[in-house]
Design a protein. Structure first.
Length: 251
């Protein structure tokens, strides 16, 4: 008869003990409310709570990857486009994340969207395309300051894609092509200028050295004669004129 009464008591006691034990992982913490009052955070490891009296919330501490949806923006130079980003954050104070904000995940996501639109709208299109690191740092700083009362640390922000109208893409492509052509012309002109300077130096040397021009002429003729069907004239070197007597002097 006693055993019949003890059996349900043992079962209830076992269920009570099992419900009082919580296993908290290394990357988690338990926020415990005892009769509605916040107590000390617990974990990791085995945590003992008082069933029915204690209410617990399990908060992860690992970095969360938040994908910010594409936002339509108008840049400072009145260009309509779209931009999206990814935000990395983690909970550093579980108690604040539970007490100071109703849903820290949703709140952080909404704040990231509005901050992305605001920062992108205050920048020119060229800044968004070429100075992403600067904008990433600016967005991270704003988010980190805003989420600090929630016990959240924003570790990084990265702008992923920037969408611009097709007509503007073509204009940017034409601008890039024109810039490359301009650089090519400048490089070619600099090469011609350097070549002209070297030719001028060579001409000075040939004009000052006796017989140098004739040797250069012979070398040029040998290069031309290597090609079949070439017709060329052989100039008489002025340096050899002194070897022949002047007929007028004899008379």
């Amino acid at each position: 008869m006693l055993n019949q009464f003890m059996y349900p008591i043992i079962v209830i006691l076992f269920i009570f003990i099992m419900s009082a034990i919580r296993v908290v992982r290394e990357y988690e913490r338990l926020v415990v409310f005892r009769l509605g009052r916040l107590t000390k955070e617990k974990g990791p490891g085995i945590v003992i709570i008082i069933p029915i009296i204690d209410r617990v919330l399990r908060i992860p501490l690992r970095i969360v990857t938040l994908d910010v949806p594409t936002q339509e923006v108008i840049t400072r130079d009145n260009v309509t486009g779209s931009v999206n980003a990814v935000v990395y954050y983690r909970v550093v104070d579980p108690s604040k994340a539970v007490v100071n904000v109703e849903d820290y995940r949703y709140a952080t996501a909404q704040l990231a969207q509005t901050t992305l639109r605001s920062v992108a709208g205050q920048a020119d299109l060229d800044e968004i395309l070429s100075e992403r690191d600067k904008l990433n740092t600016q967005i991270q700083k704003i988010l980190d300051e805003a989420t600090d009362p929630w016990g959240i640390k924003v570790t990084a922000v990265e702008i992923k894609d920037v969408g611009i109208p097709e007509a503007l893409q073509k204009a940017i492509s034409r601008q890039a092509t024109a810039e490359r052509e301009r650089r090519a012309i400048i490089v070619q002109a600099e090469g011609e200028m350097q070549a002209a300077e070297k030719l001028a130096d060579a001409a000075k040397i040939l004009s000052t050295q006796e017989g140098a021009l004739y040797v250069r002429t012979l070398r040029t003729l040998s290069e031309i004669s290597s090609k079949q069907g070439s017709i060329f004239t052989f100039p008489f070197p002025v340096e050899l004129k002194s070897l022949f007597p002047d007929p007028q002097k004899k008379s």
